[in-house]
Design a protein around this ligand. Structure first.
Ligand SMILES: Nc1nc2c(c(=O)[nH]1)N[C@@H](CN(C=O)c1ccc(C(=O)N[C@@H](CCC(=O)O)C(=O)O)cc1)CN2
Length: 282
């Protein structure tokens, strides 16, 4: 068996085409959505991600504001830029690219929750826990959208999420257990005693551990959907958590790159457009 591909790049292209039409409608109503990004330091990966986000915006008609700060920037200097974007009417929403090397909880908390396009402000994470509407974190919601758009059944599925980080594992567990998704989730992490026994039972596996090759074919249920969200750099190349042997056993695999990464960008664009649409309605 060779698994089918959960193609994030093709899905990003489809979502961009849908959003281009929604941005055009907003413009007819006098609203031009604008994304702001705050980038601290010289990390090449972060520079690539931020560059890609601005390119995506330009392609669908969203303006963007880029604030790049040196690695020597202090907490207070970054917070001053956040205050500036909070007050800027041309900025529909913005994000602070992670990692910054600074106090990230303080930075996230300082972003106006109504402009939080990453869905990572404590108030918006609280809304997710309470089941209230609000912007959702881009990578976990992107993983779910990737499954949906390839007709992988989520309701009733046994899902194993490997990794308990703030941007992927923890919010993904919350999202998948909402009534709208209705999955049963096991959240595994570095303290899990027998990872293989959990993965063997799963209809859907989401690997976000950042450990290259941690998910191997011998521990995957035949026909399962396996999403590779882990990002490590091995000899300068992006390497995921899913070993090549999984492709011979699984029913679906999201490659890495070109799987969930592009979906993170698609959901960021969606969050910006939704915030702009809400501003028209209110
Ligand atoms: N403020 C945030 N910081 C970070 C987030 C986030 O959601 N918000 N997530 C990651 C990085 N990230 C978005 O910022 C991101 C990751 C991956 C991709 C992507 O398209 N990747 C490509 C490959 C890129 C490469 O070759 O390096 C792919 O998977 O095909 C986009 C955005 C951490 N920080």
């Amino acid at each position: 068996m060779t698994a089918q591909i959960l193609d994030g790049e093709a899905t990003l292209r489809t979502i961009k085409a849908e959003l281009t039409e929604r941005v055009a409608v907003l413009k007819e109503q006098g609203v031009v959505p604008g994304l702001g990004t705050v980038l601290v330091g010289d990390d090449p990966g972060s520079h690539w991600y931020v560059g890609a986000k601005h390119k995506d915006c330009a392609e669908i008609g969203i303006t963007s504001i880029r604030r790049d700060l040196p690695a020597t920037a202090s907490q207070a200097e970054v917070e001053a830029v956040i205050d500036e974007l909070n007050a800027d009417d041309g900025c529909t929403g913005f994000l602070v690219q992670q990692p910054t090397g600074l106090d990230e909880f303080a930075l996230l908390s300082r972003v106006d929750p109504d402009k939080d396009v990453d869905g990572l402000h404590p108030m918006n994470l609280g809304k997710l826990v309470l089941g209230e509407a609000g912007p959702l974190p881009c990578t976990p919601v992107g993983a779910i959208e990737l499954l949906r758009r390839h007709d992988v059944e989520i309701a009733g599925a046994e899902v194993v999420v490997v990794g308990r980080g703030l941007t992927v594992g923890r919010p993904l567990g919350l999202l998948l257990t909402r009534r709208s998704e209705n999955a049963t989730v096991t959240l595994c992490h570095t303290g899990t005693r027998d990872l293989a026994s959990h993965v063997r039972n799963a209809d859907i596996v989401v690997a976000a551990a950042g450990v290259p090759g941690i998910i191997t074919g011998d521990i995957v249920k035949p026909g399962a959907a396996v999403l590779d969200v882990g990002v490590s750099r091995v000899d300068g190349k992006v390497t995921g958590d899913v070993d090549r042997s999984v492709w011979d056993v699984a029913g679906w695999v999201s490659p890495n790159p070109k799987g969930v990464g592009p979906m993170t960008r698609a959901m960021l664009l969606t969050n910006i457009v939704e915030i702009a649409e809400r501003s028209v309605r209110s």
